[in-house]
Every structure is written in C-alpha cells, then in structure tokens.
Design a protein around this ligand. Structure first.
Ligand code: ADP
Ligand code: MG
Length: 343
C-alpha cells in the first residue's frame, strides 16, 4: 500500500522517514558521495558512509547538513529526493502528504528549496514544514496541546536545541552548534594530546558510543582503539577508558548545559513552574550518551529524562503533526515561510 502520510527528519547526522501505520521506514546517515568530475551523485546514505575515507580522489564523500545548516543546498536536495522516492516510488498516482522537519536557522530561501525538493520527489503540494522542537516534543508524546509549559531538549549530531512549548507553540527556544559531532571532535583532540595517537572521526564516535559517559561511571568501560602514532608515524593500538571520554567532552557538555539554562532563565514564571513539575525530556541521538540525563538533572536542578526511542522522535512527530495541521498553523506565525526562521 502506498503511504498516505510521511514525516521526514532532515537531520545533520541522519535522515529518518516515518510512515503512518508502518513506523520508521528509513534511518540512514545524511551522507552523499559525489563524482568530482561532474558532481553526479554516486551513492547516498549508508552506502555513501561506507565510502568515507576509503575512496580514490575522484570521489568526494560529504555530509551536506553538517553543523545543522544546509551547507550545500543542491546536494541536500538530491539526498532528500533519493530518500523520499525510496519510500514512495517514482510513479505514484495518489501523492502522500509530507511534513519535513528542518533545522533551526535555515533561511526562508532554503526552506522553500527544501519544500520544492520534497514536492519534486513526489510529495503532495504544499509540502509542510514544522519546527524541529515541536516535532521532537510531539514524537516524544509530550502533551503539547495543553496550556502548560513543556520543555524538550533535542541533542543531535550538529546542534542542540532547547525549547519550551505550550499549546502547539514554541514559547522560548535557543540552539547552539554543539552536539554529537563536537563531542567526537573533542575526543579526537584529547586522544592526540594524551596518547599522541591520531584517530579518525568514526573511531572517536565509536569510543563515545561504546564506552562514553557524561559523568564518571562506577564501573569504567574500556576499549582498544587503533590510530597512527604521532611520533613514529606507524599504526598503534591504545586501551582507552570511560574517564578519557568523560574528560574529553566536558567543555562541550558545559555548552549544552548552558543552552538549557538560558532557556529556563527566559521562560515566563508560570511555564517555568510547569517545567519544574513535569521535568525536561531529552531527544536526539546524543540523548543516548550514558548519564547525560543525570548531568543535566544535576546542573539544572530539574529532573531530566530521555524520551523513548529518542532518535525517532522528530520523524514520528513530523508525521503525526500532519494530523494537526490546523492547530499547528494557527499557533505559529501566519506566513508558513517564516515559521522555522522565526523561532
Ligand atoms: P541529527 O538530528 O543531527 O541527524 P541524531 O539525532 O540522529 O542527529 O543523532 C546523531 C548523533 O547521536 C551522532 O552524533 C551520534 O554519534 C550520536 N549517538 C547515537 N547513538 C549514541 C549513543 N548510544 N551514545 C552517544 N551518542 C550517540
Ligand atoms: Mg535531529
């Protein structure tokens, strides 16, 4: 059966597509491989990611959304089209309704471009756009329809976004380009400093996921990492532990904490009191970092909790939001074009 309603999370690290009745049908890295000669797309998603660092000079593998903005629009468009068509096929008579969630701070020109791409890929006109924190909150099953304050913090690959939502509207929000990627960069730098070992981004990410924690663990985890010795220039293996990761990522985590605090400070008192009662919900892949909820609870004094399936929340929320188009439109700026740019 052809999907009728589709939610798309155009993330900096991963693109997810949710289809009503089927759940998440696509979850692939936001990566594109291009032939340098004529910029044609060689591969998209997981297949392109496998090529990272392993292909000849004639092919470039890029992450067009890195840092949470559309660094390269044309490539983003090609990627979006590839994923949407993968779900709905090329020749469909009844076009599905599509809701795309895009990062904060994209310009209205870029928004229109994303919408055009989704329409060209086969989405019914007009393709709708939803602010990311709202989609995250809906996907996390936070009661965003009530006149009370609900706080969601989405921590993805490229950025962290904290927002307080009430009655389908974003009351206060703040975002920063520090999230999972920055943690990986910090781990690369730390391992180089501490062990004279050069490792790649993928290895740093693996360390973060396999043994990392936001606050020290009682039972340290360990793993062997391979890299190149800075002094001899030869391959070397070093055993690293959780405390290495925790030390490496402290500064980046402090930035994430400060964004959450800033939003709390700017939240009107009535809503802030609701947030204290209800706690803060964490979404996005980096919410899975061990004990990040504990760190945020300690640093804000408000109970923080990771949403169920935090990586899926935004795509699910975008799909579900299609069922509330009227209310979502009503409670957001009238001109849908300004919707994302204005919060
Ligand atoms: P985006 O919305 O930017 O596409 P995601 O929400 O998909 O990002 O999250 C991707 C980030 O989550 C990456 O930086 C990845 O390393 C990180 N991540 C995924 N799983 C884990 C985990 N178990 N522990 C820590 N970080 C994780
Ligand atoms: Mg995201």
């Amino acid at each position: 059966m052809l999907p009728k309603r589709i939610g798309v999370d155009l993330g900096t690290a991963n693109v997810l597509v949710y289809v009503k009745g089927r759940g998440i049908v696509i979850n692939e890295p936001s990566v594109v491989a291009l032939a340098n000669r004529d910029n044609t797309v060689v591969a998209v998603g997981r297949e392109a990611q496998e090529m990272m660092g392993r292909v000849p000079g004639s092919i470039s593998v890029i992450r067009p959304m890195r840092d949470g903005v559309i660094a390269d629009y044309l490539i983003t468009e090609a990627m979006l089209r590839y994923f949407i068509q993968k779900v709905i096929g090329r020749l469909n008579l009844i076009k599905p309704e599509v809701m795309v969630c895009i990062p904060a701070g994209v310009t209205s020109v870029e928004q229109r471009a994303v919408r055009d791409a989704a329409e060209q890929a086969g989405g019914r006109r007009p393709v709708h756009l939803v602010p990311e924190p709202l989609a995250a909150a809906i996907g996390a099953r936070i009661p965003v329809n009530s006149p009370s304050g609900n706080m969601v913090v989405d921590i993805g690959g490229g950025r962290t976004e904290a927002a307080v939502i009430s009655m389908y509207g974003i009351v206060v929000s703040e975002s920063v380009r520090v999230a999972g990627d920055r943690l990986d960069d910090a781990i690369v730098a730390y391992v180089k400093r501490r062990y004279n070992l050069l490792i790649g981004d993928r290895t740093a990410e693996e360390m973060k996921v396999t043994i990392g924690a936001a606050v020290p663990l009682e039972q340290e985890l360990k793993m062997d990492v391979r890299g190149r010795d800075q002094i001899s220039g030869l391959p070397k293996t070093v055993t690293v532990s959780t405390s290495d990761v925790t030390a490496a990522i402290q500064d980046a985590l402090a930035t994430i904490v400060s964004v959450v605090r800033t939003v709390l400070e700017r939240t009107p008192p009535e809503l802030a009191s609701d947030v204290i009662d209800r706690g803060i919900v964490l979404t996005g892949g980096t919410a899975l970092l061990r004990h990040l909820d504990i760190l945020l609870t300690q640093e804000t004094g408000i109970p923080c909790q990771v949403a169920e399936n935090p990586i899926d929340c935004v795509a699910i929320g975008a799909g579900v939001a299609l069922e509330y188009l009227d209310v979502i439109k009503r409670s957001l700026p009238t001109e849908e074009e300004t919707l994302v740019a204005s919060y």
